[in-house]
Write a protein that binds this ligand. Structure first.
Ligand SMILES: [Zn+2]
Length: 300
């Protein structure tokens, strides 16, 4: 029955949703605002559906569909990576069925032949009861704007993959499935950049936290951040989708608000994590940092 409802919603949404981007808009700021607004129910989707959270399976399916259309609207070939994961033990698995989800991704191909892939992504699901504006529509909007600008570059010496992960809030199930898949496919992954919680800057210093960066990524981010006047904090551990890739031996970096100094959203996982709490200037500043890093990886 649940599957039927999801299927019906897919048909409804698929037939009516038009594109996430304001026609003719080149300014990524307004594009990001629209994306966050529609992912959090601040604005309805084209179908009229109001996405107040992205937690239940049918809500995640609607969000995934919207993101797929949004990537297509900037000229990218968006694809679904659907996965099925068994539950911890056989009895639970038989009672509740295996876990299913969908990552949405697009490849921005190298203009000069390359087998290297730079992966960047953000989770699009939310905690139950939370609209998930900063956690993590902000990260999705960052990656979306970076993807758009990367696709417009004349020269790319590497392939890039933008990916929106499902089920980060369920022990990073979506990103783990994607990392596993990349490994099985034997892709030559240069590095993986994940963004989570990039919409809060109460002290206005634009600072960014980088968690467990690979050495070569740390130096690249630091140099570019210095040029842009963005303070950087380096921390250890893994608290988001970077965990999935770190565990499988990829070179990773996670980009987030300033947890080190306590300058982070107090609304995380709450019903108050809404559109109006997002600091879009900070989101734009952090987007510029990640884009400039990607541009350098495209040019060198
Ligand atoms: Zn998150």
């Amino acid at each position: 029955m649940k599957n039927l409802v999801v299927l019906l919603l897919f048909v409804l949404v698929g037939s009516q949703v038009t594109l996430g981007q304001t026609p003719g808009t080149r300014h990524t700021g307004s594009m990001q605002k629209e994306l966050v607004a529609k992912l959090t129910g601040h604005l309805p989707l084209e179908s009229g559906f109001v996405l107040t959270q992205r937690s239940k399976s049918f809500e995640r399916a609607i969000a995934a569909q919207y993101l797929e259309e949004s990537l297509k609207s900037i000229g990218l070939q968006a694809r679904k990576h659907q996965y099925t994961v068994s539950n911890i033990n056989l009895i639970v698995d038989m009672m509740f069925h295996p876990i299913e989800g969908t990552n949405i991704y697009a490849i921005i191909p190298a203009t000069n032949a390359s087998d290297e892939y730079v992966v960047f992504g953000a989770h699009y699901d939310s905690e139950p009861g939370s609209p998930g504006a900063i956690d993590n529509a902000s990260g999705v909007a960052l990656c979306y704007a970076v993807a758009k600008q990367l696709a417009e570059l004349q020269v790319r010496n590497r392939n890039f993959v933008v990916v929106f992960f499902d089920q980060e809030e369920d022990d990073e199930i979506g990103s783990r499935a994607f990392a596993q898949w990349a490994k099985e496919e034997g892709r030559n992954v240069h590095s993986v950049h994940t963004t989570d919680l990039v919409g809060w800057d109460n002290n206005g210093n634009r600072a960014v936290e980088l968690q467990s960066p690979a050495a070569m990524l740390e130096s690249t981010y630091k140099a570019i951040a210095e040029r842009l006047g963005i303070p950087i904090h380096i921390t250890t551990g893994a608290s988001s989708d970077n965990k999935s890739f770190l565990e499988m031996g990829f070179d990773t970096i996670a980009i987030s608000e300033e947890w080190f100094n306590g300058d982070h959203t107090p609304h995380i996982h709450k019903p108050t994590d809404v559109y109006s709490t997002v600091n879009f200037e900070y989101l734009s500043s952090t987007t510029e940092l990640v884009y400039e890093v990607m541009k350098q990886l495209a040019e060198n």
